[in-house]
Design a protein around this ligand. Sequence first.
Ligand SMILES: *[C@@H]1O[C@H](CO)[C@@H](O)[C@H](O)[C@H]1NC(C)=O
Ligand SMILES: *[C@@H]1O[C@H](CO)[C@@H](O)[C@H](O)[C@H]1NC(C)=O
Ligand SMILES: *[C@@H]1O[C@H](CO)[C@@H](O)[C@H](O)[C@H]1NC(C)=O
Ligand SMILES: *[C@@H]1O[C@H](CO)[C@@H](O)[C@H](O)[C@H]1NC(C)=O
Ligand SMILES: *[C@@H]1O[C@H](CO)[C@@H](O)[C@H](O)[C@H]1NC(C)=O
Ligand SMILES: *[C@@H]1O[C@H](CO)[C@@H](O)[C@H](O)[C@H]1NC(C)=O
Ligand SMILES: *[C@@H]1O[C@H](CO)[C@@H](O)[C@H](O)[C@H]1NC(C)=O
Ligand SMILES: *[C@@H]1O[C@H](CO)[C@@H](O)[C@H](O)[C@H]1NC(C)=O
Ligand SMILES: *[C@@H]1O[C@H](CO)[C@@H](O)[C@H](O)[C@H]1NC(C)=O
Ligand SMILES: *[C@@H]1O[C@H](CO)[C@@H](O)[C@H](O)[C@H]1NC(C)=O
Ligand SMILES: *[C@@H]1O[C@H](CO)[C@@H](O)[C@H](O)[C@H]1NC(C)=O
Ligand SMILES: *[C@@H]1O[C@H](CO)[C@@H](O)[C@H](O)[C@H]1NC(C)=O
Length: 511
Amino acid sequence: MHILTLGLVTLFSLGRVQASNNSTTVASTSTVAGTTTATAATTTATTFRTRTRTRTRTTSATTTTATAVATGACKRSTPPRVLTHRDLSYRPPHHHTGNGTTHGNGTTHDHGHGDGSNSTAPGNSPESSYVDYVASTWYAGWHAQDFPPESLAWDKYTSVTYAFAETTPNVAELSIAASEESLLSKFVSLAHQHNVTAAVSIGGWTGSRYYSWAVGNAANRTTFVKTVTSLVSKYKLDAIDFDWEYPGTQGIGNNIVSPNDTSNFLEFLKLLRPALPPKFVLTAAVSMTPFAGPNGNPSKNVSDFAKYLDYIAIMNYDVWGTWSPTTGPNAPLDDSCAPKSAQIGSGVSSVKAWTAAGIPAHQVVLGVASYGHSFTVRQKDAYEKGAKNTTLASYAPYDANAQPRGDRWDDESGNWDYFGLIEGGFLNKDGSVAPENVYKFDNCSQTPYVYNTTSELMVAYDDAKSFAAKGKFIKSSGIRGFAMWEAGGDYKEVLLDAIRGGIGLSTQCGK
Ligand SMILES: *[C@@H]1O[C@H](CO)[C@@H](O)[C@H](O)[C@H]1NC(C)=O
Ligand SMILES: *[C@@H]1O[C@H](CO)[C@@H](O)[C@H](O)[C@H]1NC(C)=O
Ligand SMILES: *[C@@H]1O[C@H](CO)[C@@H](O)[C@H](O)[C@H]1NC(C)=O
Ligand SMILES: *[C@@H]1O[C@H](CO)[C@@H](O)[C@H](O)[C@H]1NC(C)=O
Ligand SMILES: *[C@@H]1O[C@H](CO)[C@@H](O)[C@H](O)[C@H]1NC(C)=O
Ligand SMILES: *[C@@H]1O[C@H](CO)[C@@H](O)[C@H](O)[C@H]1NC(C)=O
Ligand SMILES: *[C@@H]1O[C@H](CO)[C@@H](O)[C@H](O)[C@H]1NC(C)=O
Ligand SMILES: *[C@@H]1O[C@H](CO)[C@@H](O)[C@H](O)[C@H]1NC(C)=O
Ligand SMILES: *[C@@H]1O[C@H](CO)[C@@H](O)[C@H](O)[C@H]1NC(C)=O
Ligand SMILES: *[C@@H]1O[C@H](CO)[C@@H](O)[C@H](O)[C@H]1NC(C)=O
Ligand SMILES: *[C@@H]1O[C@H](CO)[C@@H](O)[C@H](O)[C@H]1NC(C)=O
Ligand SMILES: *[C@@H]1O[C@H](CO)[C@@H](O)[C@H](O)[C@H]1NC(C)=O
């Protein structure tokens, strides 16, 4: 995200972060110059930057009572839609975002290992109904007790990513210890049974600390290639997702950061690609602005990454939260219609930023959130002025000293998963607003707010309507699809069905 929050983390997260130790920081980041807005400066230091990726390190039993959810008669007639490099060159004819200046010319990216000589969609003409979308989600291993892999709606995803393998001080090792490593094999075999691409995500909010070392010089890169390919072989993976938060800028507060991170990351990918099977999928979960250059500012041109990554997933969430000066949308699709001071990043602007920096739209996936952030907003502040206390305010002052916990998966930052909003009485099971609660769909961000007038708790979240809007945007902007953080946050696939429907995919089956 993180346009707003990157800088803030550095300011006050050290005291709260479990392993606060900055002694290994190679180069201190000077916040994200140019992107941190004036509004950020007023944030109180009583809150700290967090996100759903901050895991609760509660111990959870390895054995799970799998209550497999039947996903209906969704047998696939086709083999897995594993992306090929050939696919990368395919762009639907009507899908040109922006002004198309940086979208390539339709020739194939050749990664030097064959399979790169065709520029048509595999087996189909671009006009056919065949869809090449990525329907993806992250599966948080540490929630396996509540949400075992069997519960995943496998048939509705093309790709599912296990989170996380964390970087360690030893470049030769990744750690899955905090994410139920014992379930990973089962996860992969379930994916393969369902013809779904099985990925592991490396890094995450807490697991990116040593990324900079892993790619820091030629010798380390060589070692890290072996580390990654060993993980791939050990678990028979089809894909690796790089969730480095963030190259060239600080994330959680104690990451090692070097001004060369982004270029080193690219050098690493160049080395990794040829070490993997031809159709292997490489992706990256990225902040809302392009990878930082040596000065900590977003790079102007990251087009080389498109040669080595199949696609990026833009983490379009945690835009507003308990670190912000006012309430605001967690995951705004748009902000161009918001007050100027609230235009700090959105799905629309982040897709524009990455495509302008040279990642073709067809290699961009929109990250979407199955959770929201809560704020204590006093009755007097909760409504738009002059609206007779009926319409909730979008950017309301809130009481940062009265921040309660969120749902049972919360990490103390006031997060509410979609299922949690139903459990917590904000929403009915069908997603409609529960009695005593006030709802507003913010027309600008295209996301909802819900407000319990008794507890004075307001949650900025995503629902079926906002997911449908995001699905429509994915389709109309010509980007590749979606990736949802996180699979288990949904309730009976309400969100998943909505975004699939918005794109025009079946809400019943995978394809
Ligand atoms: C700080 O990090 C260094 C290097 O990783 C480590 O040796 C040391 O034990 C850490 N100290 C604390 C208090 O975590
Ligand atoms: C941590 O960073 C602060 C501020 O940059 C610095 O003053 C302090 O010496 C650092 N601590 C260690 C152990 O490196
Ligand atoms: C997976 O693909 C194979 C081969 O195309 C097919 O026989 C099988 O039915 C598919 N499995 C599912 C669960 O769709
Ligand atoms: C078109 O590209 C130019 C130069 O990269 C940029 O300044 C402008 O904002 C783009 N226009 C749109 C509509 O994206
Ligand atoms: C497209 O780009 C490729 C590689 O960058 C180049 O070789 C080719 O000539 C270009 N084709 C057209 C039609 O511009
Ligand atoms: C390229 O596409 C054509 C037409 O679909 C097909 O006949 C040919 O086999 C493809 N070549 C490769 C290398 O995939
Ligand atoms: C290479 O990795 C080692 C740890 O394995 C680390 O100590 C060293 O700083 C790294 N080198 C660079 C240049 O990042
Ligand atoms: C960054 O890379 C340049 C060029 O390779 C090198 O001269 C410089 O020492 C590197 N800086 C750091 C902090 O590693
Ligand atoms: C971006 O970088 C690539 C390769 O480094 C180069 O070919 C391309 O011309 C650059 N694009 C722009 C707009 O500068
Ligand atoms: C709105 O609510 C506040 C506080 O509950 C109250 O003081 C105010 O009179 C109400 N305004 C209207 C127009 O109802
Ligand atoms: C609203 O909050 C109050 C106080 O926490 C709680 O008792 C009540 O159940 C909530 N009501 C609804 C409908 O969620
Ligand atoms: C929401 O925005 C859309 C598109 O700008 C507009 O057509 C619609 O009238 C707006 N709805 C409301 C309730 O403001």
